[in-house]
Write a protein that binds this ligand. Structure first.
Ligand SMILES: [Zn+2]
Length: 302
């Protein structure tokens, strides 16, 4: 096998997400592994390693939580806003299997921050907003938690715990070598009423079956999550082989996607009054629009 063919083969198990349920335990989950899609997001900016790591973790969490949305057109947005630390803004979103994200940071302050930083040292003071926009009903669910603790995963766990009252376990692992980056993640959630409905769980102590699943899921190793040779199905078998039944959904593909098309911005800009558009125009007659996700300027004639 030549080198290129080998790389292709190794990349087959990436940018995939697998949904599953464990009916006897009233649990549902997602397991994800990102590769090229993640690298595309990261390569749009010249991020230092600590910021790459942070954004990779945020994208894995966005894919895990976003894929809980079943209806096409529904969107998940994860946004961290902060002041006093190296990172002032982090935005990621998920729409129909496409993820994107970016981070605004102070490069000099990042250099002075320890690599095994807790959230407080990266963000200073701030909050994390998690927003689910449902396509069919137009409903919006938003929860806000402080940017505290060891990781974004921990902050997202407290979102589910506090805003949704859904006990949730999240694990994320990241391996990067030069420009290459692989990230994997696992979400397992106690969902007493199955996939449908939004009934609240009152106390997790009433549900000992969840404690067992949380222990099994919590035993996932870092290297298992990022090992391309370990298929996502096989990872679930390893974790939950004692269960009577684990139902898996069809494997879904994830991609890096953005909506910064000329047509998209033209429709937004055509809603502005002409006198405002005149002020926005460059000498060449186009209006420059900056896409922070892609780090590029789109020139719109409108
Ligand atoms: Zn874009």
């Amino acid at each position: 096998m030549n080198e290129q063919a080998q790389i292709r083969t190794e990349r087959i198990g990436f940018d995939q997400i697998l949904g599953f349920t464990i009916p006897d335990r009233h649990a549902r989950g997602r397991v994800v592994r990102l590769g090229p899609a993640l690298e595309t997001v990261l390569s749009a900016h010249d991020y230092p390693p600590a910021i790459k790591h942070l954004l990779a973790e945020a994208l894995v969490l966005t894919a895990l939580m976003g894929s809980l949305l079943k209806e096409p057109g529904s969107q998940l947005t994860v946004q961290a806003q902060a002041k006093g630390g190296p990172v002032s803004l982090l935005v990621c979103d998920y729409l129909d299997g496409a993820v994107r994200g970016y981070v605004s940071h102070d490069a000099e302050m990042v250099k002075a921050t320890a690599t095994t930083a807790r959230l407080e040292s990266l963000f200073g003071e701030g909050y994390l907003a998690i927003t689910f926009d449902l396509a069919t009903t137009g409903e919006r669910y938003q929860g806000i938690v402080p940017l505290e603790g060891a990781s974004l995963s921990e902050a997202c766990e407290s979102y589910f715990d506090q805003s949704e009252q859904l006990p949730t376990l999240l694990r994320v692992a990241i391996r990067s070598e030069g420009a290459h980056c692989v990230a994997g993640g696992l979400l397992v959630q106690h969902f007493p009423d199955g996939e449908e409905g939004r009934e609240r769980l009152h106390a997790k102590d009433d549900h000992p079956e969840w404690e067992h699943v949380a222990i099994m899921a919590g035993s996932t190793r870092h290297d298992e999550l990022v090992d391309p040779a370990l298929a996502l199905e096989d990872l679930l078998v390893r974790l939950f082989h004692e269960e009577r039944e684990v139902r898996v959904e069809p494997l879904a593909v994830l991609s890096r996607g953005c909506r910064c098309t000329v047509e998209h911005y033209r429709s937004i800009l055509s809603g502005f009054p002409e006198d405002q558009r005149v002020e926005m125009r460059d000498p060449d007659g186009t209006i420059p629009v900056d896409c922070a996700f892609c780090s590029r300027i789109i020139r719109v004639s409108v």
